[in-house]
Design a protein around this ligand. Structure first.
Ligand code: NAP
Length: 257
C-alpha cells in the first residue's frame, strides 16, 4: 500500500511505547529501517527486540529530546546505521496534569522542553540529513488538545501541542525548497498501554464522547504517518490531520444523535 516507504531510514522519538511504538511498527511493516528513541534504555532495547522479532528492522538509540546534544547523537546514530535519514517522527511527549493555580515554573518548563522545544531541537538536529535525503519528511505528533479542544488541567500540555503547529507552519516554508515536508497529526483518544491505569470508568466516559464510540488504535495514527511519508504526499506540507473518530465534530451531546 505504501510502496515508497520500503528501505527508507526512519527515526521515531518516543518510539519505545504507545503511539511511537505503533509508528515504528507501521514503518517497519512497510520495509523501512527504523531507529527508536526514549530515555528508558531497558524498555527501548526490549521494544526494538520485540519489533525485530516480529519481522521488522528496528534499533534503539538512547535519547532525550529536551537536550539538543542528545538529539544530535540520536540523528548521528541513525545516519551511521542506515547511511542517512529520510523520515523523522517527532512523537516524544509527556502529559502531566497541573491546574493553573498549582502549576510551578518547573512543571511548565518540563512540558514545553519535551513537547515543544524537543520537537524543534530534533528537527534542527535532523536538518542536514533530511536535506541530503532528497525526500525528507517530518511528521509531528500533536494532539486535538490545545490546537482544537481544551481539557481542565492540561493548559501547559495544550499550549505545547498548539505550539508545535505554529512551528511546523513556518518550518514548512524554510524547508520547502529542500523538498522536505513537515506535517502534523492530531490524535484524539488513542488506546495505548498507559490507558489501562486510568480505569474502566474513565475509558467508558471517553468512548461516550466519541461519535464512533471507540478509541483509536496506534495503527490508525501510523497509517496517517505512513501516508505523509510517501512519495505520493510530496506536495503536502505545513498541514494538520485530525484522527479522532469524529470527536471534535459534535457541538453538543444531543448533536451526537
Ligand atoms: P506514552 O505511551 O507515554 O509514550 C511516550 C514516549 O515518549 C515514550 O517512548 C517515552 O519514553 C518518550 N519520551 C518521553 N519523554 C521523552 C524525552 N524527554 N525524550 C525522549 N523520549 C521521551 O505516550 P503516548 O500516549 O504514546 O503519546 C505519544 C505522543 O502522542 C505524545 O506526543 C502525545 O502528546 C501524543 N498524543 C497521545 C494521545 C493518546 O491518546 N495517547 C492523544 C493525543 C496526542 P521515555 O519515558 O523512556 O523517555
Amino acid at each position: 500500500m505504501f510502496t515508497s516507504i520500503s528501505g527508507r531510514s526512519v527515526l521515531v522519538t518516543g518510539g519505545t511505547k504507545g503511539i511511537g511504538k505503533g509508528l515504528a511498527a507501521g514503518f517497519a511493516a512497510e520495509g523501512a529501517r527504523v531507529v527508536i528513541t526514549g530515555r528508558d534504555a531497558e524498555l527501548g532495547e526490549r521494544t526494538a527486540a520485540g519489533l525485530t522479532a516480529a519481522g521488522g528492522a528496528v534499533w534503539y538509540a538512547a535519547g532525550d529530546v529536551s537536550d539538543p546534544a542528545s538529539c544530535a547523537a540520536v540523528v548521528a546514530a541513525a545516519r551511521e546505521r542506515h547511511g542517512g535519514l529520510d523520515v523523522l517522527c517527532c512523537n516524544a511527549g509527556i502529559f502531566p496534569a497541573a491546574p493553573l493555580d498549582e502549576m510551578t515554573p518547573a512543571q511548565l518548563d518540563d512540558v514545553l522542553s519535551v513537547n515543544l522545544k524537543g520537537t524543534i531541537f530534533m528537527v534542527q538536529a535532523a536538518l542536514q540529513a533530511l536535506q541530503e535525503s532528497g525526500h525528507g519528511r517530518v511528521i509531528v505528533t500533536s494532539s486535538i488538545t490545545g490546537p482544537v479542544t481544551g481539557f481542565t488541567g492540561w493548559t501547559a500540555y495544550g499550549a505545547s501541542k498548539a505550539g508545535q503547529l505554529g512551528f511546523i507552519r513556518s518550518a514548512a516554508l524554510e524547508l520547502a525548497r529542500s523538498g522536505i515536508t513537515i506535517n502534523a497529526i492530531l490524535p484524539g483518544n488513542i488506546a495505548t498501554e498507559g490507558l489501562d491505569e486510568l480505569g474502566e470508568d474513565y475509558l467508558r466516559s471517553m468512548e461516550a464522547a466519541i461519535p464512533m464510540r471507540h478509541l483509536g488504535s496506534v495503527a490508525d495514527i501510523a497509517n496517517a504517518a505512513l501516508f505523509f511519508a510517501t512519495d505520493e504526499a510530496a506536495y503536502i506540507t505545513g498541514q494538520t490531520l485530525v484522527i479522532d473518530g469524529g470527536q471534535i465534530i459534535p457541538e453538543s451531546l444531543e448533536a451526537m444523535g
